[in-house]
Design a protein around this ligand. Structure first.
Ligand code: PEP
Ligand code: MN
Length: 249
């Protein structure tokens, strides 16, 4: 099990896998500061077809080098690539756009691998997000990590609106672990530290944060990434809050 209720698990890494050098630089940097799991997308479901779509198979190969350093999570976007992505990762990620993709949920569930299930950006907690998790569970997934990544509201100042109450709802309604992704929830690097502290305080089991060695040159979501140095500050500030709620980093 990668997550449990006594620790606070931190996932960090770039939005997208861009190169071996980029991934290893970020992985070494975040590991040094205490990150537990590396993230990075090889398959990127982008809203615009004109944006970088990910390195796909080449990206999965790069991720194998990162796996020599630490466990990883990466997104799977379609049924046909479930076996290859499952073989290439420790945790499979299902993204917000695919949370409602029943066939994908079933195919991923059959792999019997840990799954991080991001909340659809307009998904109801009880009737939709938890039911999507049940599809995974019924097929055989034993470790499900629910990830609140912000929902769409009328407010444009943040990319989405972080629904921190979703953590309490998941804890009340299920036994699943639940984490917060402040990067996609806000799209604003200056909000990552305060909302990560809020995640720890509210009882989340961890966070997932986008970190880049050179955010201005990132091929994907650079505007919301924090630097490796800022990630170090985040980990320092998290420690006392995590300890205060009876957990450890
Ligand atoms: C991601 O985590 O890289 C991602 C695309 O997130 P979401 O599916 O929440 O938009
Ligand atoms: Mn991203």
């Amino acid at each position: 099990m990668y997550f449990n209720k006594g620790t606070f698990t931190v996932i960090a890494g770039p939005c997208a896998v861009e190169s071996t050098e980029q991934c290893l630089t970020i992985a070494e940097g975040v590991k040094k500061h205490g990150a537990h799991i590396f993230r990075g997308g090889a398959y990127k479901p982008r809203s615009s077809p004109f944006n970088f779509q990910g390195l796909e198979l080449e990206g999965l190969e790069i991720l194998q080098k990162v796996r020599l350093l630490m466990p990883i999570v990466t997104e799977v976007t379609q049924v046909s690539t479930v076996p290859i992505v499952a073989n290439s990762t420790n945790i499979l990620q299902i993204g917000t756009r695919n949370m409602h993709n029943i066939e994908l949920l079933k195919a991923v569930g059959k792999e019997n691998k840990p799954v991080m299930l991001k909340r659809g950006y307009a998904a109801l907690i009880e009737e939709e997000w938890i039911m999507a998790a049940k599809y995974l569970q019924l097929e055989g997934t034993e470790e499900i990590i629910m990830c609140e990544r912000g929902i769409r509201t009328f407010e444009p100042y943040t990319r989405n609106t972080l629904d921190i109450s979703a953590v309490c709802a998941i804890k009340t309604l299920t036994d699943y672990c639940v984490i917060i992704d402040p990067s996609h929830a806000t799209g604003r690097p200056e909000m990552i530290i305060p909302l990560s502290l809020a995640a720890a305080a509210v009882g989340a089991d961890g966070i997932m944060v986008e970190v880049h060695n050179d955010p201005e040159k990132a091929l994907c979501d650079g505007h919301q990434a924090i630097t490796i140095e800022q990630f170090g500050q985040l980990m320092e500030k998290l420690k006392p809050v995590v300890n205060a709620v009876g957990r450890h980093l």
